[in-house]
Ligand binder design. Structure first.
Ligand SMILES: [Zn+2]
Length: 94
């Protein structure tokens, strides 16, 4: 029987209780496996942003997915594969 010494890499970065609550909520949403943008039950994945302000550039109406995030005031949204691609296309098109 071998006991490996704990490696420093096993230690996850410390997160605040608030972050943990958000992560748990996001996991629950991911497990529902439903795209929060158009409701498809297909390959759910999370899209994260750094700040809600990113979603509403001045003078532009927010896109459908940006509106979902703004309405919920969440910096993460559960999307299907197709919507996730669309989000990234929109972000790189600027
Ligand atoms: Zn979708």
């Amino acid at each position: 029987m071998t006991t490996e010494p704990p490696s420093p890499r096993d230690r996850r970065h410390r997160s605040s209780p608030r972050h943990e609550a958000i992560d748990k909520e996001l996991i629950t949403r991911l497990l529902a496996d439903t795209c929060e943008i158009h409701g498809a039950k297909d390959d759910a994945q999370a899209h994260h942003i750094r700040a809600l302000a990113e979603l509403a550039p001045a003078g532009r109406p927010p896109s459908d997915w940006a509106r979902v995030m703004l309405d919920r005031r969440r910096k993460a949204v559960v999307t299907c594969d197709a919507c996730h691609d669309r989000i990234h296309e929109a972000r790189t098109a600027r």
